[in-house]
Design a protein around this ligand. Structure first.
Ligand SMILES: *Cc1c(COP(=O)(O)O)cnc(C)c1O
Length: 484
């Protein structure tokens, strides 16, 4: 990597040469997604031990990078692009999005102000309006890209706090203020409670609401909790409803929750980080029923919409409240057009913002709305097919409804204690994961260890799901699985 005479970038001819090799490498990587074991086989510390302790003092040839990536980095990757990735929520990197990332890195605009990145700012607003239409959401929603759903939810709940009349937390902080309370179901994502920690609400200011037998928020219990808290002198201010919970993809009854929020004057935030993408398929749009009444909604194109991490979208009906919560403009960021063009730094914590809209724009154009919907439908079909195999196999029990593309289940180990059955379920997953052909994660439902198969990678086909089923069966039988 020869710097120019005055420093400068590396020589661009070397960039071209290596760039083409990198693209070829990525083509093979994506074209043979089963080349590497899905779950990395390295142990903690292995990557560190293989890396030099000190940085190079002088320039190294750029040609060394790719071989070192293959040797040192690739074995230490868990391959989220592997079609056997069924853990957590699968995600996908796709060719158009990778091109978007390449250009975004090359342009490297900081999209903090309209003037520092006019096209990035305006493309972001336009593409998020496209996405809004794709999800069947109402027109009067303002969308802004955040890095993760955790950040989107933090921003939404900060706005909810800002909207509490007379509180003025932005100005006065919370000391001496009434104790705030916010609510989400006991199946809600940890990012909701974490936002409460960051916002000074505290863990005690978060109340987890009981769920029904299908892991959806019990709205009666919500109303009762709010009444109890008011009677105790607390100040309820926000409810987060989840449409597609992380463990089971349960869909909270948003219309009924919206009624409670309207009656009680509470901010309604809908966490559709994973589930929201399903709304691109009209027959799955039930996932966002009631979300049109929310004050804010988060959905993650980087989860189930074939855009690589990081790209989360926060929609709100009340952008002026989000801006009131976050806008703080020092003299050096004043611009003449600030009253007529949005400065997206005003809608979140970070000043600096990457040009993320490009990859979303490329994905929507390259797949088309129908192309995205078809892939999502196929993932739902594959999950339902897997579920149907379990339902007719006495070795398995399904543990929750599967409204979308996730199946929660257990293997049966008749004649052993519940603890031992939990342990053997974990051991079954470990054995499957060790094959390198499939990767599943686990959760707890009703305190019992429960395995999850989450379909969501763009490269997953029916035979991969079939293989996961066979591997589970074989591993379970080896560990003594039996129906009775
Ligand atoms: C994955 C997930 C999140 C967190 O997403 P990040 O973008 O990783 O912060 C939040 N809520 C739900 C329902 C999720 O499934």
């Amino acid at each position: 990597m020869r710097p120019g005479a005055a420093g400068g970038d590396i020589d661009l001819e070397a960039f071209r040469r290596e760039g083409l090799r990198f693209v070829d490498w990525v083509v093979r990587y994506l074209g043979e997604p089963e080349r590497y074991p899905v779950l990395s086989r390295l142990r903690p510390g292995d990557v560190t031990a293989a890396l030099p302790k000190r940085p190079p003092v002088g320039p190294e040839p750029i040609e060394l990078l790719l071989p070192d990536v293959e040797r040192l980095i690739v074995p230490g990757l868990t391959h989220w692009n592997h079609p056997g990735f069924f853990a957590y929520f699968a995600n996908s990197s796709t060719a158009p999005a990778i091109l978007g990332e390449l250009l975004s890195a090359a342009f490297n605009p900081n999209a903090m102000l309209w003037r520092t990145a006019p096209a990035a700012t305006e493309l972001e607003l336009v593409v998020l309006d496209w996405l809004r239409q794709m999800l069947g959401l109402p027109e009067k929603l303002f969308g802004v890209i955040q890095d993760t759903a955790s950040a989107s939810t933090l921003v939404a709940l900060a706005a909810a706090r800002e909207a509490v009349p007379g509180l003025n937390a932005r100005q006065r902080g919370l000391s001496g203020a009434p104790r705030l309370r916010m609510y989400a179901s006991e199946q809600a994502h940890s990012s909701v409670e974490k936002a409460g920690i960051v916002l000074g609400i505290g863990r005690e200011g978060f109340r987890a609401i009981r769920c029904d037998a299908e892991f959806r928020m019990d709205v009666g219990a919500l109303a009762q909790a709010i009444a109890e808290d008011r009677a105790a002198g607390l100040l309820p201010f926000a409810v987060t409803a989840t449409t597609g919970t992380t463990s089971t993809t349960a869909i909270d009854p948003v219309p009924a929750i919206a009624d409670v929020c309207a009656r009680e004057g509470l901010w309604l935030h809908v966490d559709a980080a994973y589930g929201g993408a399903a709304a691109v398929a009209p027959e799955l749009r039930f996932v966002l029923d009631g979300a049109e009444r929310a004050d804010s909604i988060v959905m993650n194109p980087h989860k189930w919409m074939f855009v690589p991490i990081d790209l989360s979208v926060l929609y709100t009906r009340r952008p002026e409240v989000v801006k009131a919560a976050f806008s703080l403009v020092p003299d050096y960021l004043r611009t003449p057009e600030e009253d007529i063009a949005p400065n997206l730094m005003d809608y979140g914590v970070s000043l600096g913002r990457r040009f993320r809209a490009l990859k979303l724009w490329f994905v929507i154009r390259a797949f088309g709305v129908e192309g995205i919907a078809d892939r999502i439908r196929e993932h739902v079909r594959l999950a339902q097919l897997f579920r149907s195999w379990l339902e007719t196999d006495a070795l398995f029990e399904v543990a929750a409804p599967s409204p979308l593309s996730v199946v929660c289940f257990r293997l049966r180990f008749a004649g052993v204690t519940a603890e031992e059955a939990d342990r053997r379920n974990e051991a079954t997953a470990d054995a499957v994961n060790a094959t390198g052909e499939a990767y599943l994660s686990a959760t707890k439902l009703d305190r019992r260890t429960t395995l999850r198969l989450a379909v969501g990678n763009v490269r997953t086909e029916e035979h991969h799901v079939r293989r996961a089923y066979e591997l589970l069966r074989e591993a379970g039988l080896r560990l003594g699985a039996c129906a009775a």
